[in-house]
Ligand binder design. Structure first.
Ligand SMILES: Cc1ncc(COP(=O)(O)O)c(C=O)c1O
Length: 438
């Protein structure tokens, strides 16, 4: 039995109230955890403060959205200035154009794009654009990849869908997902066999280039390059869902990091700097089919709104100007943190696999390497819960599920990292007490 981290508190009372009006007491399932989530009062830099005044060093960073930490002054200032000029116009602004031009500079595959409000919208419309362009119905997604919560992709989906045992959601007619082929990630043979069988019916392959919604799983050597080759040979649109990897692995995301150019990409999270914003885009010949130029319909009242676009434009300018300092420093800090975690896991004799890339990391409690969804699901979840609860008690917040990834920001200080490694020590001790024989 894992001892919960929180006892009587204002958060508990708020959660009781919330449960009466919001399903599960939350507005997104990943926010619900046992015995109840803490309710945030405010946040600054690397830390969040709850309704009882307790501070947490934050490695969730709004599920990766906050690369520069909470309430980054330059972004807040730019948004304040925009607020005074209006929040929504329903007609275009210069800001949207200069912002899109800046995105295109860092993600050259996006010859044309559309701004939208969430990652879910971005992947939904990218798939529609790929189907419209190819005039084919089928798509391939991979087990454990999460592409948002729309019908076509909620099949063996990661993140909250796996955490809460609903990888295939109720409410989605099977006719809707019968054109979604689900394959294991990192398995090029399975992909080749599928393309051999029905390659010319497959409109798109959508993939998280690095799996970050079932813990963290890295692509095997040349996996993405082979994915590129096979899709090109079959006239299938390759979509990199870079909602997490975009602006995290590098300024140009996974496309730059692995030097593989997809036909389309989706961006979100970091791109909006804490505001609702995402984008989908790709080759001109595909995007020219979007309404009003072509017959693929896509629209949105809030799309490209000046507040989100200003936040996005500001962060992209910062990242473009300081990329040579920001990305190496984030990687160094992540390596330092994960080294601490690996060393402590060994000293507590805890079976552990720790993965990291750029500013992402995660631990799995198992002695077997993790290369796909099936392996991730076989790690010891009870140990993870004990580890999470003890970190929370210590004042370190990581995403509450094994099927998520931890994120560093530029706001994490050397002191934060030392404090966290100290907390890892206690959390791994707690985890080792619940150990299942494997
Ligand atoms: C890879 C990926 N794609 C899409 C989404 C959906 O994004 P949003 O939550 O903004 O709808 C997420 C969300 O976590 C994601 O991680």
């Amino acid at each position: 039995m894992v001892e919960p981290a929180l006892t009587e508190s204002k958060s508990k009372a708020l959660f009781e109230r919330a449960k009466k009006i919001l399903p599960g007491g939350v507005n997104s399932p990943v926010r619900a955890f046992e015995p109840y989530p803490f309710f945030v009062e405010c946040a600054q830099g690397s830390k969040m403060y709850d309704a009882d005044g307790k501070a947490y060093v934050d490695y969730c960073m709004a599920y990766g959205a906050l690369l520069l930490g909470h309430a980054y002054p330059e972004i807040i200032e730019a948004v304040k200035n925009q607020l005074a000029k209006g929040t929504l116009y329903g007609v275009p602004t210069e800001r949207e154009v200069e912002f899109a031009e800046l995105i295109q500079k860092s993600s050259p595959c996006m010859e044309m794009m559309r701004l939208v409000n969430s990652g879910t919208e971005a992947t939904m419309h990218a798939i529609r654009a790929a189907r419209g362009y190819t005039n084919r119905k089928k798509i391939i997604k991979f087990e454990g990849c999460f592409h948002g919560s729309h019908d076509a992709v909620l099949v063996k989906a990661g993140s909250g869908a796996t955490t809460f045992a609903a990888p295939n959601s109720l409410g989605i007619p099977e006719e809707t997902t019968q054109n979604t082929i689900v394959l294991p990630y990192n398995n090029i043979e399975a992909l080749e066999a599928t393309f051999k069988r029905e390659g010319y019916h497959i409109a798109a392959v959508i993939v998280e280039p690095v799996l970050a919604n079932v813990g963290l799983i890295l692509p095997k050597k040349d996996y993405l390059k082979n994915l590129r080759k096979i899709t090109s040979a079959n006239g299938t649109v390759l979509i990199f869902d870079e909602i997490i990897t975009g602006f995290r692995l590098a300024l140009g995301g996974a496309q730059e990091y692995f030097n593989v150019k997809p036909d389309m990409a989706t961006l979100g999270k970091v791109l909006g700097a804490g505001f609702p914003l995402a984008a989908f885009g790709g080759k001109r010949e595909i995007m020219q089919n979007i309404s009003p130029v072509g017959k693929v319909y896509q629209a949105g009242t809030f799309s490209g709104n000046p507040v989100s676009a200003t936040a996005g434009f500001t962060i992209l300018n910062i990242l473009s100007q300081k990329k040579n300092q920001i990305y190496p420093k984030l990687q160094k800090n992540t390596e330092e943190l994960t080294k601490g975690l690996i060393d402590l896991a060994a000293s507590h004799k805890v079976p552990a696999q720790v993965y990291n890339i750029a500013s992402l990391y995660q631990i799995f409690f198992t002695d077997k390497p993790i290369s796909d969804y099936a392996c991730a699901k076989n790690s010891d979840l009870q140990m993870f819960t004990a580890y999470f609860q003890e970190l929370l008690r210590q004042g370190v917040f990581i995403p509450p599920s094994q099927f998520e990834t931890c994120f560093l920001s530029t706001a994490h200080t050397e002191d934060n990292l030392k404090f966290t490694v100290n907390s890892f020590d206690k959390a791994l001790a707690a985890a080792s007490k619940t150990r299942h024989p494997q």
